[in-house]
Design a binder for this molecule. Structure first.
Ligand code: ATP
Length: 290
C-alpha cells in the first residue's frame, strides 16, 4: 500500500516572536501561506521491512534518523503501528535550509500519508500536535493553507484564501540555519510586527493594506549576516514587486505582484543574478477534517 503526498513549501507573510518560553523555545505569531513549490513524498506501508527507509533524489540530504520525514514515520510507528515498516521516497524541489520549511513539509506529508494508509482518522489538529515534537513548522505544514500560527507553532488558525497574486521566490546561494538566527535574538531589541493587521487585511481581502502591513522580525538579524538579502529585495521592488520580504529565518526572499506580467519581469531581472528563482502562486491543501 502506498500513497503520494504533495508537500508544499511555506512563506511567512508576517513573522513575529513576542517572547521566549522558559524552556528556551520562541513564542511565534506569524501568518503563513503554502506555495506551489512542492516536494512529492511517496509513502509505503511495507510489510517486508520492520524499520523505516528514506530515499531522496537530493544526494546531500540525510537519509537516516536525521531526516525529518524519517522522524515523522518513527513517531507514527511508535504511537500507532508497532513495527509496521515504512518506506519513504522524497522528490525534492524545495530549496534546502532556505526558510521555506522543506524538511517540515516532508515530515507533515508523512503524517498525512500514514494517517490515510493506516486509517487512523486523526484530525489535522491531532497531527499538528504530533508534528510539533519534530519541528515548529510541521504543524503548519500539516494544514498547508493560509493561516495564523501561534504558540510554539502548534496553534493553527486557518484564514481565508489570499487575494489573487503571484509570488516570485529567490534563494541566495548561501544558506543559513534557523538555530543560528534564533540564538541571535535579543528580545528587547526586536522590531516587533503588527501581525493582526495582516490577519485583518486577509479577512477583508484588502491587497494594499496587506502589502503595507507585512514584515519579518528576523529579517534584520539575517541580513546582518547576509547583506545579499537587502540587494535582492531592492531588485524585486525596482522591477515591479509591490512588496519584498525575507521568509522564515531566511535567506530566501519573495516578492508579491498582483499581475503575472510584473512577476515575470521581476523573475527575468533576477534570473541572471540568482541561481534559484521561481514564480509560484499560493496553494491550499485543504482537508474536510478538522
Ligand atoms: P525552517 O524554515 O523550518 O527552519 P528551512 O526551510 O530553513 O526550515 P530545511 O530545508 O527544512 O530548512 O532544512 C534544514 C535542515 O534540515 C537541513 O540542514 C537538512 O539537512 C535537514 N533536513 C532533514 N530532513 C530534511 C528534509 N526532508 N528535507 C530538507 N532538509 C532536511
Amino acid at each position: 500500500m502506498e500513497i503520494i503526498e504533495k508537500a508544499p513549501a511555506k512563506i511567512n507573510l508576517s513573522l513575529d516572536t513576542p517572547f521566549r518560553h522558559l524552556d528556551g523555545d520562541p513564542e511565534w505569531r506569524m501568518v503563513m501561506t503554502a506555495v506551489d513549490l512542492a516536494d512529492y513524498v511517496k509513502i509505503e506501508s511495507a510489510s517486508d521491512i520492520v524499520g523505516i527507509q528514506v530515499e531522496t533524489d537530493a544526494g546531500f540530504l540525510p537519509q537516516d534518523q536525521r531526516n525529518l520525514a524519517y522522524q515523522a514515520a518513527k513517531k507514527m510507528q511508535q504511537l500507532f503501528a508497532g513495527h509496521q515498516g515504512v518506506r519513504i521516497k522524497i522528490k525534492k524541489n524545495i530549496p534546502v535550509a532556505a526558510g521555506m520549511g522543506g524538511g517540515s513539509a516532508d515530515a507533515a506529508a508523512v503524517l498525512r500519508g500514514l494517517n490515510k494508509l493506516w486509517r487512523l482518522n486523526l484530525t489535522r489538529t491531532e497531527m499538528a500536535k504530533i508534528g510539533l515534537s519534530i519541528d515548529s513548522d510541521v504543524p503548519f505544514c500539516v494544514f498547508s493553507e493560509t493561516a495564523l500560527v501561534t504558540g510554539k507553532g502548534e496553534i493553527i488558525t486557518p484564514l481565508n484564501e489570499l487575494p489573487s497574486m503571484w509570488i516570485v521566490i529567490a534563494k541566495p546561494r548561501a544558506s543559513i540555519s534557523t538555530p543560528t538566527i534564533l540564538k541571535k535574538i535579543s528580545y528587547s531589541d526586536l522590531d516587533h510586527q503588527d501581525v493582526d493587521r495582516v490577519v485583518k487585511a486577509i479577512k477583508k481581502q484588502q491587497v494594499p493594506q496587506l502589502f503595507d502591513a507585512m514584515g519579518n522580525t528576523l529579517e534584520e538579524l539575517t541580513t546582518a549576516e547576509l547583506p545579499e538579502i537587502a540587494k535582492l529585495k531592492e531588485k524585486m521592488i525596482k522591477f515591479g514587486a509591490s512588496v519584498a520580504q525575507m521568509t522564515g529565518s531566511g535567506p530566501t526572499v519573495f516578492g508579491l505582484c498582483s499581475k503575472h506580467s510584473r512577476a515575470q519581469r521581476v523573475y527575468n531581472s533576477l534570473k541572471g543574478f540568482c541561481e534559484e528563482v521561481y514564480i509560484v502562486r499560493p496553494c491550499n491543501l485543504s482537508s474536510p477534517k478538522e
